[in-house]
Structure formats: structure tokens, C-alpha cells
Design a protein around this ligand. Structure first.
Ligand SMILES: [Zn+2]
Length: 426
């Protein structure tokens, strides 16, 4: 669809969304009035920037059903995200919302020419986390035979991958790596004994190096998927086979990029915080929801020919941003430097401690298996050159420690990339 036609659909949907929010959700009624935003006067997409932002805290404050824009009896499913503070936010789905969700995720499967001949193996968690059912609805909507594995019990995952001939793997990238490494440790070559051809991985950021390593081990192509419970779940944006940015489902979500400090809308191409307005979500529509995810809108069109604009792969979250001795650092910037060294793997952990009231950052990295760990001088030399490159790229002193291969904990859920131990001064 030509993009101007798409924008007409967006505008019509947004007009309905802001009016539904104003008339049915007390929170939006109050905040629109306070901000002087009149939902009945939206005439162009730019007018949406006059609406106030919605934050995760707003959703928490309206727990459990305060954000519902439809009667409770129209809601067919809910999901919750807890976050670190333990107070949940609730997303509701009508029948229509569930259908859209399945269709959005199914696009990723269709990007990979998937369909009725495919076996979609879902090992995202199903318990309240949107990953499991989002991928599941997508697999069904795309016509695949879908297996609801959920996460964990890795040996059983491996057995099913072999015996059912799963072709599409949906899980976090770190769990895909865990499955691959476990299979290899069991003497199974996943490239030969699995029939995987595509992985749709999301819910955590991963580097290009990590992607290549996965693709090499599992013999498939990895597509990045983005989404969050507050706006729907996975499927808000998915990479096509070009692997150069994630196509936004722009017929269902309107995206803006803002400066996280000033709230100002940034032009295409500039990095900032992603803000999403739902276009046709019925149960829990959101207006200008601050995702806290850092990305940018990629200018230009994709070689695949699709007209939906793309966001870049996530560059971390505004709340993952480390402030080290007053300097803003994203873990992804550290990954970018790590990528320039062929001797090290993509496994790392950042440890933050405090000594004499000053932040101390230690980057623990695992060298590649070929690296000779007995050569003390080579270790020291490599540590020093990584340190120097980090210093010049980030303007922050980071201690680098090479650690034994496989000594950084692998988890079955999300990888713990940052350990903040600054609570206790040492
Ligand atoms: Zn594309």
C-alpha cells in the first residue's frame, strides 16, 4: 500500500482511538483535559503530538481494569507484566484485538514464506508473558502446525525439535542459544538433526554477532521481533528477510520517536525513545505510550518492497541506560566495541560496583573457544586493547576481565547483562 494511503488509515483509526479513550477511560478524560488536548479536533497525524504521554506508571496506577475502554464483558483475555517493582500492568484483548495480534505476528512468518508446511515451535513462556500466546496466535494465523512448548525443560525441547521437525523457532535469542549449546553438548548437530529454517526472536536485545553465532549453530535465519504487553505483545514490528530493520505494523500502531529528556518529537533517522499510539486496539488502547525503548525510524524504503516503515534494532532501554560517573552509556554501545574484536565471543556481563564513592565498571567477557587461555601475556594484552577502545568510544574507563569460556551464567529466560552492585560501597 502506498504510504499516503496508509496514513489515511492511521488518521481515521487515531481519531476513533482518542475519542474512545476520552469517553470511556477516566484517566484519559482527566489527562486530556489537563493538557488542553481536545480529541474531537484531531485533523492530521501531527495533531497527535498535542496529546499528553502515557507512562507505565499511569497503567500501574489504574490497575487492574482502569484502562479498559470497553465493558468488562467484551474482554476475552488479559495479560500482565510485572516489572521489577512487582506492581503489574494489565492489557486487555477483545476478540478483535486477539485477531489483530495473531495477524501481526503472522507477518513475520509470512516474511519468511512460512505457512501450512511449517511447524511453529513456541518456547516463549506462556504464563501471563505475552511472548508465548503472541507467537502461538501468529503461528495459527499463518497456517502453521503450532506446538505450545513454553519455556524450560530444554532436553524435551530438543527431542520435540527433532521428532516433530520444527521449522520455525519462537523464543528469546538467549534461550535459542541455550538450546543450541545444550544440543551440541548432548552430541547432536542441530544443523543436521533439526529442520529449523527461521527463528523469530525477541523480548531482549541481541547483537549482530550473537545473531550470526545462532544462525551458524542452528543453520537457520534469525528475524528480530519487537513488541510489549502495554501495546499488544510481540508483533508490533518484525524484521523481513533483508534483516535490516523491523517493519512496523503501521496499520495498527502509530510510532513517534522523542527525545527522552525533553519529550520533543525527533525527525526520522534520529535515535530516541519510541512512543506508540494504538490505531484500532479496542480493550486497552494507548495514546502516546512511552515504551522506554531506544531506537530510530529508518529513513528510506526496504529492498523487500514493503511500504511499512522500519525501526532500527533496539539500542537498549532508557532505564537500562547506565549513568557511569555522569556519562550516559547503553550496554549496546559496549557490544558495538566488543564486535570489533574477533578473539572474544558475544557473552558478557557488566558489573557495576562502587569504590571510594566512585563507580567502577567491570566488563567480563568470554573469549572464543580457540583463544589460548594459558597465555597470561596474551590475556593481558587483549584486556588492555579492549579497554583502550572502550575508553575512546565511550569516554568512560571500563575494566575488562577475560573469564573462562562458559563461566558467564546462561539462563533459560532473559540474559542478565548488567549486575548493579552499587548499593554497597566496597
Ligand atoms: Zn523489508
Amino acid at each position: 500500500m502506498p504510504h499516503d494511503k496508509l496514513e489515511e488509515i492511521q488518521l481515521e483509526g487515531i481519531k476513533k482511538t482518542v475519542i474512545s479513550c476520552y469517553e470511556n477511560v477516566a484517566f484519559y478524560h482527566d489527562t486530556f483535559d489537563e493538557a488542553g488536548f481536545d480529541p474531537y479536533t484531531v485533523k492530521s497525524l501531527d495533531d497527535i503530538a498535542k496529546a499528553p504521554f502515557t507512562t507505565k506508571q499511569d497503567l500501574r496506577d489504574n490497575y487492574p481494569f482502569g484502562m479498559f475502554a470497553v465493558p468488562r464483558s467484551d474482554v476475552r483475555e488479559i495479560h500482565m507484566s510485572s516489572g521489577t517493582t512487582g506492581i503489574a500492568t494489565v492489557g486487555g484483548y477483545t476478540e478483535h484485538d486477539l485477531k489483530i495480534w495473531g495477524d501481526c505476528f503472522a507477518r513475520g512468518i509470512e516474511y519468511a514464506d512460512g505457512g501450512e508446511d511449517d511447524v511453529c515451535h513456541v518456547c516463549y513462556g506462556y504464563g501471563l508473558f505475552t511472548g508465548g500466546l503472541g507467537a502461538h496466535y501468529g503461528g495459527v494465523a499463518a497456517g502453521c502446525m503450532t506446538i505450545p512448548m513454553s519455556a524450560g525443560n530444554t532436553e524435551r525441547q530438543i527431542r520435540v525439535l527433532r521428532e516433530m521437525g520444527s521449522t520455525i523457532l519462537c523464543c528469546t535469542p538467549s534461550y535459542a542459544m541455550y538450546i543450541a549449546d545444550t544440543a551440541i553438548a548432548m552430541g547432536i548437530d542441530p544443523k543436521k538433526e533439526f529442520r529449523l529454517r527461521v527463528g523469530i526472536h525477541g523480548a531482549e536485545a541481541f547483537s549482530d554477532n550473537f545473531r550470526r553465532e545462532l544462525e551458524k549453530k542452528l543453520g537457520y535465519r534469525v528475524l528480530d521481533v519487537y513488541g510489549l504487553t502495554e501495546t499488544m505483545g510481540p508483533g508490533v514490528a518484525i524484521e523481513c528477510m533483508e534483516q535490516n530493520g523491523l517493519h512496523l505494523a503501521e496499520d495498527h500502531f502509530y510510532a513517534e520517536i522523542i527525545d527522552p529528556n525533553t519529550g520533543e518529537v525527533l525527525p526520522d533517522g534520529e535515535w530516541g525513545e519510541l512512543v506508540i499510539t494504538t490505531i484500532d486496539r479496542e480493550a486497552t488502547p494507548v495514546v502516546r505510550y512511552r515504551t522506554r525503548d531506544i531506537t530510530r525510524i529508518l529513513p528510506g524504503t526496504c529492498a523487500c518492497g514493503r511500504t511499512h516503515r522500519r525501526i532500527d534494532r533496539l539500542h537498549g532501554r532508557t532505564d537500562d541506560m547506565l549513568i557511569i560517573r555522569g556519562v550516559n552509556v547503553f550496554p549496546s554501545q559496549i557490544e558495538d566495541v566488543m564486535k570489533t574484536f574477533t578473539q572474544i565471543s558475544s557473552w558478557y556481563q557488566i558489573e557495576l560496583t562502587r569504590k571510594n564513592h566512585l563507580d567502577v565498571v567491570t566488563l567480563k567477557v568470554e573469549p572464543n573457544p580457540e583463544f589460548n587461555f594459558d597465555e597470561v601475556r596474551a590475556i593481558e594484552q587483549l584486556q588492555r586493547s579492549i579497554q583502550a577502545r572502550l575508553k575512546s568510544a565511550l569516554s568512560v574507563g571500563i575494566r575488562v576481565r577475560l573469564v573462562e569460556p562458559k563461566s558467564i551464567p546462561r539462563s533459560e529466560g532473559k540474559a542478565v547483562r548488567v549486575l548493579d552492585l552499587r548499593g554497597d560501597d566496597q
